[in-house]
Design a protein around this ligand. Structure first.
Ligand SMILES: [Ca+2]
Length: 266
């Protein structure tokens, strides 16, 4: 008996541990899977500047607005959807790395990555109207009709008063899988916030009241390998046209911009 416990006891403990681990993993997966998962159907394909390191995307008044990143190459652009042609642009200073944009009223706000500074422009003329500072990194931004909502690469979303730029609320984004970090480009769509998860082909849908995850969108395979021979294109850019319920997505260095429809995949 002594011999038995010496040999088999560790094995039994290990086996019990494995069973427990599998049980908890299964629990975690099942709790994650309670939210709907969507795939996509391509409605239209449009050209997109493959040199654009897309950091922000918005659709308003029949045209796209795009923010691009990298020092020295950061711009705010107005882009014709059908042709991808840049209709108007404004360059950021060499010290700034452009990030997300959002339109509110007749203004556009553009974030920068690590400078803690945002710029506010007139939407029509791109005239610089104001600047403001924030105490975190700038990644994505959207507008819910009341506040600007910002991401900073963590699992936190920040709500800012668009007049005073004060942070009025913070939420932590979490689901059955725990907190979801690396929230990037954002879009407010029908009362929910959609966020690109940096370096993945996934978009997470978030309840902005609670931070609770209400769904996932899997855009794997949207950009074909032949359109991304260097394998450097990362999904980042969500724009929504509320009038016509049209959804547009693209990515950094993607030569294409897609109008898609979300379809339940489970
Ligand atoms: Ca957006």
């Amino acid at each position: 008996m002594k011999h038995f416990s010496k040999i088999w006891l560790p094995v039994l403990i290990a086996a019990a541990g494995a069973v427990l681990l599998a049980f908890f993993l299964d629990l975690r997966i099942r709790s994650t899977a309670r939210v709907p998962v969507y795939g996509y159907k391509i409605i239209n394909t449009y050209p997109h500047d493959r040199n654009a390191f897309t950091q922000g995307l918005v659709f308003e008044g029949g045209v796209l607005y795009e923010s691009t990143g990298h020092q020295g190459r950061s711009e705010l652009r107005q882009v014709e959807l059908e042709t991808g042609q840049v209709l108007q642009f404004s360059k950021l200073g060499l010290e700034y790395f452009g990030e997300g944009i959002a339109i509110y009223g007749d203004k556009i706000v553009q974030l920068t990555w690590k400078a803690g500074k945002a710029f506010v422009y007139d939407r029509q003329s791109f005239k610089l109207l104001a600047e403001f500072n924030y105490p975190m990194e700038g990644w994505g931004v959207t507008y819910d009709g009341e506040n600007l909502i910002m991401s900073d690469g963590t699992a936190t979303l920040y709500f800012l008063n668009p007049h005073t730029f004060e942070i009025v609320k913070r939420i932590k984004v979490r689901g059955g899988e725990g907190a979801v970090e690396k929230l990037n480009e954002l879009e407010h769509i029908q009362g929910q916030v959609y966020a690109n998860v940096w370096e993945t082909s996934h978009i997470v849908r978030i309840d902005p009241q609670t931070g609770k995850i209400t769904g996932w969108v899997d855009l794997t395979g949207l950009l074909k390998p032949e359109d991304d021979p260097l394998g450097i294109g990362v999904l980042n850019g969500i724009a929504y046209n509320a009038e016509n319920d049209r959804l547009f997505v693209t990515g950094k260095f993607w030569p294409k911009l897609f109008e898609i429809e979300l379809v339940p995949s489970e």
